[in-house]
Each structure stands twice: as structure tokens, then as C-alpha cells.
Design a protein around this ligand. Structure first.
Ligand SMILES: [Zn+2]
Length: 796
């Protein structure tokens, strides 16, 4: 259907309304992505209009025979953004799966798809055949032999959203010149925004819609037909239709709307339609009442640019539009099929049909099943070498300096063990005859030293050694080094070092926020009454007012706190364990951590939560710092936990203790709002800086019990409270005689009480133990033979 006169005008009107719709029915995210682009850059619609004028003129000349038929060869590169098939996934597509996807595009564009035979007779005469052929490039941008397939391991594989978030991050990671290659990115899945109506399988950037972003993003399981999804048969063909300037058969709006009957798709042999979602009415009688635009005209339900369950064909009118787009400079489409570009990309007939892969150098890649191991513990490596799919004679040389074996020529090497503590490089060389390439990961595997704990000697780490995390006697694990964010020794002034890490959005970095002790052996510290203690300093990040959605009662819930919640977990594992046990404690920035948010599903024991924030203002509220926080002596807090509380399991062969700093759960969404005085402004959480978390003076042993290891989870609630209200609760591990006192902020004791309490949980009403007569801020202190703890209470 052709309705050119009001096509763009209607588009402009609809652009505003589409964005706000929460319940978009979509299989293809192109409309959504395009609307967002046009909302941000309305001027780009000018380019679309110019392309439309060109298209109409081109088609007129084409029909008049003034433009000869030609074959359009389009060089393609496929970038697989994967995570090594983590957790049993299959997003790292095989060569066969990728080839099948390209085959399906070619079938659709050349009227060679098998299900074309199912096209009903009303439309067999207008089946379109573009004469376009898509070929995986056989030369990369540097002219090197390539299969046209790129692979990148990145968490971005699950972080592209259906309105285009993180697209530019992926393009930064993996993109070939769009004037030379048509880029297709494959991701594990999309972050589905906007709620309920169906899953986004793919989306594309139509020609000229963005100066840089160009190409197709596709979910791995809809790339071709070998991935278990029947929709994969035409998903890439549909997106390639968008790449060559087709829109959906119902027009630029949302599927199912009445406006589809008026707007049209600027193609004159596709009847008006509202579009069909996952069903297939092939006769006029099959349409539900009011579902058809016209009672007497059968709609082209089987069109590939529809969402129906029977997509089989492009029309001739669509083919003409696509050929016009291929002849336009808009979005560089014309450059792609020029003869010199085909030679440059190795997609010309002579190169492509004559063993183009003979000189391909394999690209080695591998992954270990662990990067932290104990002495003698088996480490397994998996080979992910690529760019050698059709070469059965690839040879491999693995190198494990310090390991046993030290080399291997197997595809996957046997398990490797290391007899000495230290950090070890691993390299893999892959060869096609004499054509070799080597990948080395430096310090890839850390083998922890062993440290026998005795009941007499305190295990201590003050981070003063310049060679931390590794010296002659002791090897700690300092996290992997592939990203800039990891725990670093910070030498503030000579003789006073500590470790620190900066809080940030950890979603897009690897496991770079942990460090771990050596293997602690001999005595099973987890069943003794020892304590793990350390100095902690952390200030709240710049607070923002997060505006919650209305809850069920219509009340808008607001609160002010750090944008992400940060959590510090202390967890343990034995040698050969694949996973860490996370029981307690968890230090968190969540406000009212015990009462407001618990129970929280990601924390096994909600009672084990403590505040991560050690820096308070004179009112007892978290005092925020932005970026460069360095703690004053008074801003440190010594925290201790009984080692018995770290896990319920026993580790007879010893145990590793890990400090794992991570971003806690967001409360709602990626978008938060900050009050600016001119209303709320949305900000992206990932753009917000953080400050530093510091840890120093870690000790394990009996001595520290005198600090506060006999008490956990002291909590005053509610806080702030009112005169005569509020309670203090805590858990005692032993029977004890306690002195509980209240002082003002100047340190003057106002009241005190002595109590003999049994081991267990206690809750005391403030008004039962103290006589506080004035509003203000006070310190409640608990002192026993083995116990010392203090919390601030604010009485308003
Ligand atoms: Zn689409």
C-alpha cells in the first residue's frame, strides 16, 4: 500500500506517542529504536525524506527500464558477543549456525526459501526477488584472511536493551567499517524494556538513521534455524528488509492499530493492513471482526515484513524499494556492492569461489574453569580458537609455565596442576601450517599459598608490603587484571597502606572486584571460636532522590540514598569447590538494611546484614562523598565476625576467604531521577561516579574476640525515633554481663544499666533501660567482658 503524501507527517505525530507506550507488541525492535533516534535527533528524518524522494525517482526509472537489473553482492561481517556459553548457554554460535543464518537471508532475498511454496495464489504473481546476495567477508579490514566472523567475550552479551542502550558500547568493542561491511551483531539476549507484549528477537538501523550506528542486532537463538526457534527462519531476512529501507507492512506505528490502514508502508503492492501478530488468516473469512482494513481485499499476511506466523515473501514493490536503497549513498549502502569493495572484502566471485580460506590464520582464544586455585588443584582449559572452521589441520601448542604438564598439543589440554604458589601466564598458539598466532594471558592463574593457622598465632595482613598480593611466603588472589577496576594497594602516606576499590556500575566489567586470602589450613577456623576482623571505611555515594513508581495503593514512594546499593560479601570455599558459600555477613549500603528491604532473595541470611557505611554526619546520617573519599582516622570502623558464622559447612582441608565487593540489587530500574530544582531529571545509573571502599588490617585469630566478636547485628529501630520509643536488638554468642550506656555526642554519659543476659537474641525497649528526656542524637554503647559495640540513636 502506498500513501506517501501523509506518510511522514503521520510518522511525526506517532513518534511522540509510541515512546510512552508500555505494552508494545513487538518481535522486532526497529520501530522502537528508530523512534528513540528520531526523538533525540528530529533532523535525521530529513535524511529519511530525501531517501524517500530518491527511492520514488529510482523506482520510476527502474520500471521504465532505464536502470538495468544487476546482482548486488553485499559483504557481511558477523560479530558474536558471547560469554563462553556461560551457565550452559549456547550464544557463542557455531560456524554452521552462522552460515545457516546467512543462507536464510539469501533465500528470502532471492525467492528461494522453501516455504515460498505456501504463498496463496492471490500473491504468487507479485513475489519479489531482489537479486541481492549476502556473503560473509573473507578479508578483514586489514586485508587478512577471515571467515567474516568475529568473536568477543563480554558481559555486554546480555546488556543491549530494546531501545538501543549499550549499542554504542558494543560497536566500540566490535565494528568493521560500515562503508565496506554490513555489520551484524549477535547477542545472548536483550534487556526487554517496556513490558508485556512479546519478546524482541532483533532490530536494525535503517539507512541514514544514525551517523555511526548501522547494522543488525539479533538474539543468538533467532539467528537462522539451527538454534531451536522456528521464527529464526525469517528474522534476519526481516531485519535485512529494514536495512534496505523497508518498514513494517502496517506502517511506522504499532502493530494492530487502526492507523495501519491509513499509514501504509510506502509500497504500492502491499494491501493496507493493521498487521498480524503470530497468527495467519489466509482468507477474508479467517479475519476476526474489524481485524481487516478492507472487507473485500485480502491482506498480504505472508509478507516477511509482517509479524504473522506465516512469513514467506517480499513483494516486487518491496524489492524495488530495497534495490533503490542499495543504489543510494544514504547509510553507505551503495558503497557495499561496488566491485573494488568486493575485492577489498574478498567477496568478489574470483576470490570467494576459489578457496578463500587457505591462508587464514587461526585466532586463538581460551578460557579456564577457574583463575584462582590451590596448590595441586586441577585447572581445566577450554579451547575457543576460531577463524579456522574449514581447516581440519589446525595445530595447537599450549604453554603452562610452572604447571604440570608444561605444554600440550591437544585441542583441549589435560587438567593442569601447579605445585608452587604464584601467578602464572598461560598461552595458546594455533597454526594453519606455518601461519601461527599466539594468545597469552599474563598472570592468568593464581595459585594460593598455604598458611597453617595456629591457635597461638594471629593471622594478619596489613597491606604494608609493596609486593602484595604476592611475595615469597604468601600469595593472595587480587582478582583478575583484565579491567581497570580491581582492588589495589593504596599507599596513602609512607607506612600506611591499605586496599581499596572504587564503587561503580559493575554490570559491564568482569569479576574484578574480589580478593582472597591464601589457603588457610591445619586448623579448621570455621569451627573454632576465632574472629575475622578488619578495618572498614566507606562513605555513601552522592545521594539521589529515587522516584519510585506508584505502588498498588497509588502512593508514590520516595527515598534518598545512593543510586546503586553496594554490598561487601565475605564468602568462603574449599579447594576444588566451584562455588563460593555466601552466608554472612553482608555489609550493605541499603538504608534500614534489616527492616526495609529484608528478606532479600539474594542474601541467604537477612539477619547477617550490617551497614557498610562508616562515615556519619553529626546527625548520625550517612555523610556522602563524591569520588575522592579518603577516610579520617575517626571514619574507620573495626568490624569483627565470628568465623563460625561464615558458613555452615566444614572445610577439613582448609578454606579460602574472599572479600567480594559488588553492586547490590537496584531497587527498580536502570534509570533514576535526581532532583534538580527544576523537577526530576532522569540520569543513567552507569554514568554516576562512586567513591572508594577501604579495607585494612585483616586479622584472624582468638585475640580479636575482645572487640565485638561476641555480638552480631546490633540494631536500633526505628531510627530516627521519638521520645519514649525505639528498641535496641542484638545477638549474643555467649552468656554475658553487659553494661549498656547512653552518652551524648560530647561523650557525657547520661544513663547506664547493668544486665546479665544469656546467649541468644535480645530486644530491649529504650524506654525500659534509659530515661532520655530530650530530643537529640545519642550513642548507645554495649560493653561486656568480650563485647564492645556502639550505635547512634536519633530522637526527633
Ligand atoms: Zn521489523
Amino acid at each position: 500500500m502506498k500513501k506517501l503524501t501523509n506518510f511522514w507527517a503521520l510518522f511525526l505525530i506517532m513518534t511522540g506517542t509510541l515512546i510512552s507506550q508500555n505494552d508494545i507488541n513487538e518481535m522486532c525492535g526497529t520501530t522502537r529504536v528508530l523512534n528513540k533516534l528520531y526523538e533525540q535527533h528530529p533532523e535525521r528524518q530529513e535524511i529519511a525524506q530525501q531517501l524517500e524522494s530518491f527511492t520514488q525517482e529510482f523506482i520510476a526509472n527502474y520500471r521504465a527500464g532505464r536502470i538495468a537489473d544487476t546482482t548486488y553482492i553485499i559483504p557481511v561481517v558477523v560479530h558474536i558477543i558471547h560469554q563462553y556459553n556461560k551457565d550452559g548457554g549456547d550464544e557463542d554460535l557455531t560456524y554452521d549456525e552462522i552460515s545457516d543464518g546467512i543462507l536464510r537471508i539469501n533465500n528470502d532475498f532471492n525467492a528461494e526459501n522453501e516455504d515460498l511454496a505456501d504463498v496463496v495464489e492471490e500473491f504468487t504473481d507479485i513475489i519479489g526477488d531482489t537479486g541481492m546476495e549476502f556473503r560473509l567477508a573473507t578479508k578483514d579490514p586489514d586485508g587478512n584472511c577471515s571467515y567474516g566472523i568475529n568473536r568477543y567475550a563480554s558481559p555486554l552479551s546480555t546488556q543491549v536493551s530494546t531501545n538501543g542502550d549499550n549499542v554504542s558500547a558494543i560497536m566500540e568493542l566490535a565494528s568493521w567499517d560500515p562503508k565496506k561491511y554490513l555489520n551484524i551483531w549477535v547477542v545472548d539476549e536483550f534487556v526487554q524494556l517496556g513490558g508485556g507484549g512479546g519478546q524482541t528477537l532483533a532490530f536494525a538501523y535503517p539507512p541514514g538513521s544514525h551517523p555511526i550506528m548501522d547494522g543488525i542486532f539479533c538474539r543468538h537463538d533467532y539467528f537462522g534455524t539451527l538454534n531451536g526457534q522456528s521464527e529464526g527462519l525469517h528474522t534476519l531476512g526481516h531485519e535485512m528488509g529494514h536495512i534496505f529501507n523497508l518498514i513494517h507492512t502496517w506502517g511506522p506505528g504499532e502493530i494492530g492499530g487502526d492507523e495501519g490502514c491509513l499509514a501504509g508502508d510506502a509500497v504500492d503492492d502491499t494491501p493496507p493492513t493493521k498487521g498480524q501478530m503470530s497468527f495467519c488468516p489466509l482468507t477474508l473469512d479467517d479475519f476476526a471482526p474489524n481485524a481487516a482494513c478492507n472487507d473485500t481485499v485480502l491482506e498480504n499476511v505472508q509478507n516477511i515484513m509482517n509479524y504473522s506466523s506465516c512469513k514467506h515473501m517480499f513483494t516486487q514493490g518491496q524489492s524495488e524499494r530495497m534495490i533503490a536503497a542499495a543504489n543510494s549513498l544514504t547509510g553507505n549502502r551503495w558503497y557495499l556492492w561496488q566491485p573494488d569493495n568486493l575485492i577489498a572484502t574478498g567477496t568478489d566471485d574470483e576470490t570467494f569461489n576459489n578457496d578463500p580460506y587457505a591462508e587464514c590464520v587461526p585466532i586463538p582464544d581460551f578460557q579456564a574453569n577457574k583463575d584462582l586455585a590451590c596448590i595441586g588443584e586441577s585447572v581445566d582449559f577450554t579451547n575457543y580458537t576460531y577463524n579456522n572452521y574449514l581447516n581440519d589441520n589446525t595445530t595447537y601448542v599450549w604453554s603452562f609455565v610452572g604447571g604440570s604438564p608444561t605444554t600440550s598439543s591437544s585441542f583441549n589440554p589435560p587438567s593442569v596442576t601447579f605445585d608452587e604458589p604464584g601467578s602464572y601466564d598461560v598461552s595458546l598458539t594455533a597454526c594453519n601450517g606455518d601461519l601461527c598466532r599466539t594468545l597469552t594471558y599474563n598472570n592468568y592463574i593464581t595459585v594460593l599459598s598455604e598458611r597453617a593457622l595456629s591457635s597461638e598465632e594471629l593471622f594478619a595482613q596489613d597491606f604494608e608490603s609493596l609486593t602484595f598480593s604476592e611475595n615469597d611466603e604468601e600469595v593472595w588472589w587480587s582478582g583478575d587484571n583484565y579491567d581497570e577496576q580491581h582492588w589495589d594497594v593504596f599507599d596513602h602516606d609512607s607506612g600506611n597502606s591499605m586496599v581499596r576499590i572504587k564503587s561503580q556500575d559493575y554490570q559491564t566489567v568482569k569479576n574484578a572486584h574480589s580478593f582472597a586470602t591464601p589457603m588457610l589450613t591445619e586448623t579448621n577456623i570455621l569451627t573454632t571460636s576465632d574472629s575475622l576482623c578488619f578495618d572498614l571505611a566507606y562513605a555513601l555515594r552522592l545521594p539521589y532522590t529515587e522516584v519510585f513508581d506508584q505502588n498498588e495503593d497509588g502512593i508514590v514512594d520516595e527515598d534518598t540514598y545512593s543510586i546503586h546499593h553496594d554490598d561487601l560479601f565475605i564468602d568462603v570455599k574449599g579447594c576444588d569447590d566451584t562455588s563460593w558459600q555466601v552466608l554472612r555477613p553482608v555489609f550493605t549500603t541499603r538504608p534500614g538494611f534489616k527492616n526495609k528491604f529484608g528478606p532479600d532473595e539474594h542474601i541467604a541470611n537477612t539477619n547477617a546484614q550490617q551497614s557498610l557505611i562508616t562515615v556519619l554526619d553529626s546527625q548520625g546520617n550517612p555523610k556522602p562523598y563524591f569520588n575522592d573519599f579518603y577516610p579520617e582516622p575517626s571514619e574507620w570502623k573495626r568490624v569483627c565476625v565470628s568465623t563460625q558464622t561464615l558458613t555452615s559447612a566444614s572445610f577439613n582441608d582448609g578454606v579460602v576467604i574472599r572479600f567480594n565487593f559488588q553492586q547490590g540489587p537496584d531497587e527498580l530500574d536502570d534509570i533514576y531521577f535526581v532532583e534538580t530544582g527544576q523537577g526530576n531529571q532522569g540520569i543513567e545509573a552507569s554514568t554516576v561516579g562512586g567513591n572508594w571502599l577501604y579495607i585494612d588490617n585483616i586479622t584472624i585469630g582468638p585475640e580479636e574476640r575482645s572487640i565485638d566478636a561476641s555480638m552480631m547485628n546490633i540494631n536500633i529501630f526505628p531510627n530516627p525515633t521519638q521520645l519514649g520509643q525505639g528498641s535496641v536488638s542484638f545477638e549474643l554468642f555467649n552468656d554475658e554481663e553487659l553494661t549498656i550506656s547512653v552518652t551524648n555526642l560530647l561523650g557525657t554519659e547520661l544513663d547506664a544499666v547493668k544486665l546479665s543476659l544469656l546467649a541468644g537474641n535480645h530486644t530491649l525497649e529504650i524506654s525500659d533501660i534509659f530515661n532520655i528526656t530530650r530530643n537529640g542524637s545519642y550513642i548507645v554503647s554495649i560493653l561486656g567482658q568480650n563485647t564492645r559495640a556502639a550505635e547512634m540513636i536519633i530522637i526527633k
